[in-house]
Design a protein around this ligand. Sequence first.
Ligand code: SF4
Length: 255
Amino acid sequence: MARNAVKVLQDKGNTAHVLIKGTSTATINALRRVSMSEVPILAIEELGIYENNGVLFDEFLGHRLGLIPIKMDAKGYRLGDKVKFSLDATGPGTVYSSEIKFNDAVVDVLDKKILLTKLKADQRIRIEGEAVVGIGKDHAKYQPCVIGFRALPTFTINDTIDANTMQKIAASCPVKIIEVKGKKLSITQEADCTLCGACEEVGGSQNIQVDADDTGFILMMESTGALSTKEILHTACEIISTKADEFMEQIKEGL
Ligand code: SF4
């Protein structure tokens, strides 16, 4: 992979589009899979329910707590690390995720307004437990993001298209990335092309041809917020690199 082969096309905190050139489908898919299933994050795993006379069963409450996204310091926690938490709420009222208290200041729920349960005047829940660092391969609650990719489009444009056809081709594009500039067609944002083929249909493949590059990809990801998209990709790359090193070591030992 050449230098400058990676470009962040869009970064909105929890969502990102990243262009990666000079790689293969297998490599990009490895990055996708490791990002989702092997990058460790915190989730509530163990708990003791000391009091619960509310309407939700213990199991139901436990399940809800387990699925609450938790923000953490990616560098400070390793797989298997634990953080204690407690939740003590008395009715009447609505119990939100904001009432979960962790005993590490850098750890907290991502969204304070996740509804856990409602309690009447004489009801109370008192829970203590631990959030544990785990991976998505073991349970979906540890999956830090959803991530997909698509091939980068490539364009072959005939230089001798007549003006009328050029206008029709430009108008056919649903994402408006084809422009007539001077006497030529130009593509403004190639990464936005959805490979729908409308321009080829209208203009004819002798005039414009759109293909999928099998060495360039656009990675589209959305994080739960537990880690930033950048942290997830960095960690995934480190995991792949460690696995590759171990694999090479094993091969060398076996020869
Ligand atoms: S394939 Fe579809 S999205 Fe891509 S440039 Fe052509 S019309 Fe636009």
